[in-house]
Design a protein around this ligand. Sequence first.
Ligand SMILES: Nc1ncnc2c1ncn2[C@@H]1O[C@H](COP(=O)(O)OP(=O)(O)OP(=O)(O)O)[C@@H](O)[C@H]1O
Length: 663
Amino acid sequence: MKRFFGPVKMAEPRVSDAEQELFGGPLRYDMGWSHHEHAGLDLTMMSALRSMPALVGATLRMAWSADRRALLAVAVSEIGQGIAAAVGLLAINAVMHALLAGTGSAAQRLHALLPGLLAAAAIGVVNSALSAWSTSRAGRLEPMVERIATTQYLAAAVGVELEAIDDPDFRRLVDVAQYGPASARRMIGACVAALNGLISLITTAGVLAVLHPVLLPLLILIAAPRGWGAMRVAQERYVSVMSWIEHVRASRLIGNLLTERSAAQEVRLHAVGTFLLSRYQRMAESAEAEQERLASSKALTEWVASALSGLAMAATYGAMFWLIMTGHMSLAIAGTAVIAVRTGSASLGALVMNINQLHEESLYVRDHGRFLAQAAQRIIPEGGDPVPEQIKEIVLDRVTYRYPDRDTAALDQVSLTLPMGSVTAVVGENGSGKSTLMKLLSGLLLPQDGALRWGDADITVLDRSQVFERVSLLTQDFQRWPVTAAMNIRLGRPAHAATSQDLQPSVDYAGAGPVIAKLPDGLRSLLARMFRGAIELSGGEWQKVGLARTHWRSSTSQADSVLIVDEPTSALDPEAEIEAFDRIRRLAAPNRAVVLVTHRMSGVRHADRIYVLNHGRLTEHGTHDELMTAQGRYAAMFDAQAAQYAPNAGIPKPAAPTVADPA
Ligand SMILES: Nc1ncnc2c1ncn2[C@@H]1O[C@H](COP(=O)(O)OP(=O)(O)OP(=O)(O)O)[C@@H](O)[C@H]1O
C-alpha cells in the first residue's frame, strides 16, 4: 500500500562505474536545498494540492499583467462553453423524453424531437466558436507569460551578488529554475483546460443531480482513482528528474567536450575521445535504466487506477439498472444519465489530467519562484550614497574574505592603499588571493571583516552601481563576446554610443590596429567562430581587443576611477608583452589608480608600489628597489625569473626527479 499511497521517495542512486571513475561517486542532488525550506519535501498529494492554488495564482497574475483583456476573453469563453455543455445536456434530455416517454404516432414523436435536435446543433456551433476564441486568446497569452517569466529569471540572475553565483547551492537553483518559464507557459494551457473541465463538470454534475441525486457521488467515484494515478505518476517523474539532473548534465557535459573545439587536440592526441565516449555510453545506459524503471512504475500505477475506475463505472451502471428496475428512475432519464455520466466522467477524467499537468508544471514554477525569492535576498542593493567625483585614494583596511564553501580565508587582514595617479602591483603565488583581492577592490565582493573605503566613504554605504561605473577590469579570462569587433570594444561601456572613429583611439592604444586590419570587414567583422562568415582571433589577438575595450571604458569617464588588470599579457609574445605593460602604465592618470596583477615580474618593477601576497596575507610591500634590498619573498621570485633570462644562465637544467620514473 505504501508503494502506492506513501510519499514519493527518491530512487536509491545506483552508481555507474563510469560515474565512480570520472566523478568519484554518484552525481545526484541530495535535495538538501529543497529540504531546508519545505521540511519533508512537499511531494505528498495533500501538500501538492495545497501549494497549487498559490502557484496557479502566480501564473495567472503574470497573465493578468501581460494582457488582461486576453485573460478575461479566455475566462468568458471557457465559462460560456461550460454553460453550453449543460444546455446541450438539457436539449438531449428533451430529445430522450420525446423519444422514450412521448405519446402519439411515430411522425408526431419525430416532430417533437426536432426543437431539441436543433437546439443541440446550435449549441454545438456556439461551443466550437467559443473554443476557437479561447484557443486564439490563450495562444497570445502563453508566449507572453513565458517571456515575462524568462525575463524575471534572467533579471534575477544578473542582479545577484557575485558571491551568490559562486555559491554551489544557489547555482543549482539557477539551473533548476530555468525550466520554470516553459512550465509557466504550459500552465496557461493547463489552466484553461482545467477551467473548461471544471465548468463543464459543475454543469454536468448539476444536470446529473437534477436527474437523480445518487448519480453525482458515483461520478466522483469513477474519476477519483484516475486522478490519484495521474498525480502519483507526475510526482514520481518530478523526483526522478530532480535526482537525475546532475547525472544528465554530467553526461551531456562529456558529450559536449567530445565535440568542443578547445578539447579537440587532447581528444585526438591522448585518445581521450574513445575513452570518454565509452563512459558517456555507460552513463547514458544508467539513465535509460532509470527511464525504464519510471515507465514500469507508471504502467503499474495507471493500471491500478484504471482498474479501480472500471469497478466504480460498473457499480454506477449497476445502480442505474437497479433504480430502473425498482421504478425509481424512468427510461428517458436513464438514457440522459448514461450520456451525462459518460460526458461527466470524460470531463472529470480530463480535469484530473489537467490538474495533474498543472501540478507537474507547478513543481517547476515553484522552483522558479523559489529562485526569484532567493535571488531577491541576494540581490546587489540599489541606491546608497553617490560616489564622490574625486576620491584621492581607495583604502583596504584589514580586510578579510572567506568563500562560502571554504574553511580558510582567501584574504586575511589585508590592508593596502591605492592613490589616484599611481600604479600598484600585486604579486604572489598561485592561490595566494590576488584575484579575490581584485574582486573586493572592484566591489564585486564585500569584505566580511575590515573595511574598504573609496575616499572617506565605506563601500557598504555607497551606491554599488556607481562603484561599478568607476571600475575598469581586464582579466585573463575576459569575455570574448560573439559579436562584431567594434561591439567587442564598445561593450566596455555599452551605454556610450560609439562610431568606428570613436573607437579608433582605443584600437590604436591597444596596438590592435594590425589585428583589425587583417579582418575582412575591419571593425565590423563578426568575431565568433560558430557563425558563418565570422572570424576567430588567436589568444594574443583577443587580448589586444580586450585591452582596447578596457581603454574605451577608461576613456569614457573623467571621474576618479580604478583600473584593474589581472594577468593581461599571458597570451602575448615577449615584444607585445613589453609594449602592453608600457601601455598599462600609461593608463595611470591623475584621475585613475592602476592595479596590476601578474606573475611576470619584469612587468611590475616600474610600479610605484608592489604588494606581495602569501596564503591570503600581505607579507611585504614597497618599491622594487626596496623589496630587492629587503631580500625577501619578492626578491626571491624576481631573481628566479631573471635567472632564466640572464645571458650566461644557459638553458636552465631541469631539477632531478625526486621519485624514480618507472617508465
Ligand atoms: N569562487 C571560489 N569559490 C571558492 N574558493 C575560491 C573561489 N575562487 C578562489 N577560491 C579559493 O581562494 C583562494 C585564492 O584564490 P585566488 O583566485 O584569489 O588566487 P590567485 O592568487 O588569484 O591565484 P592564481 O595566481 O592561480 O590566479 C584559493 O585557495 C582558491 O581555491
